[in-house]
Ligand binder design. Structure first.
Ligand SMILES: Cc1ncc(COP(=O)(O)O)c(C=O)c1O
Length: 263
């Protein structure tokens, strides 16, 4: 067997892969375990979804390749969600991408925006796909420690300027997993302005946009003026609807990706 690539070997161990094994061992030893591992919903998807999917498996076209388009009705549903929830308009074909889960998009995005040696800013602790995507794309993750003293926010002014100059991607996730911090509007305005100045793509992971308490309503990054110039936003079904699936929204790409493909 040939050896693994350096890319694969650059990945750190995935803690969530080890936790089930450790859990089994502890339970076998009689320990009363509270599982704070993978945030996988333990509730069922909405009954209407189960009914619809059960019926859909009998529709012949449902087992065909979706190609990049996927199901048009899904794109349109995402457009309606972005409008209803955040007041933002998107074009279903040019500005929405259906995903099997937001992780799919978040981890693959690095291949589109990081050349070998480019930096991404990866908040720590944070969702592993930011790190994994960057490493597999041969980018360099700049791990930014989230701290309680600054509200678990990423302060770009604390990052060395030689790193910022080579940074192509900033991953942000608010409401944040695992700290549960939220980002004030003036902070997001500042980040959008800085990303524009520095020509950094802001990857706004909004997986928890629908899980908020005490009257707080998480925004979309696109509610911030200028965000369309610098940001892509990811949404997840697994957190909101207890089922896999997701989507990304962002400004239509000026370059035609099919033209790039044919080059
Ligand atoms: C912060 C964050 N982003 C994204 C995801 C990925 O969610 P999914 O791929 O299920 O849409 C998760 C899952 O735990 C997460 O915690």
């Amino acid at each position: 067997m040939p050896p693994y690539t350096d890319r694969l070997l650059s990945l750190p161990e995935y803690p969530l892969a080890k936790i089930p094994e450790q859990k089994r061992e502890l339970i076998a030893r009689g320990v009363d375990v509270i599982d704070l591992g993978a945030g996988d919903a333990d509730l069922s998807p909405p009954p209407a979804v189960i009914d619809r999917i059960s019926a859909a498996v009998r529709i012949p076209t449902m087992s065909r390749y979706g190609f990049a388009l996927g199901l048009m009705e899904y794109r349109e549903a995402v457009v309606r969600f972005m409008k209803r929830r955040f007041g933002q308009d998107f074009h279903p074909i040019k500005e929405i991408v259906p995903l099997i889960g937001s992780k799919e998009g978040i981890s693959h995005l690095a291949f589109a925006y990081l050349n070998k040696g480019d930096y991404s800013i990866v908040p720590e602790p944070g969702y592993n796909a930011y790190l994994g995507g960057t490493l597999l794309a041969e980018g360099i993750p700049y791990k930014y420690p989230l701290r309680p003293d600054n509200g678990f926010l990423v302060d770009l002014d604390e990052i060395p300027s030689d790193v910022l100059q080579k940074t192509k991607v900033l991953y942000l996730n608010y409401p944040n997993n695992p700290t549960s911090a939220v980002a004030p509007k003036d902070y997001l305005e500042d980040v959008v302005r800085r990303c524009k100045e520095l020509d950094i793509l802001l990857v706004y992971d909004n997986a928890y946009s629908e899980l908020a308490y005490d009257g707080y309503v998480p925004p979309s990054i696109f509610e911030i003026p200028g965000a369309r110039d610098v940001a892509i936003e990811f949404h997840s079904m697994s957190k909101t609807y207890n089922m896999t699936g997701g989507a990304a929204a962002g400004r239509a790409e000026r370059r035609n990706s099919l033209a790039l493909w044919r080059r």
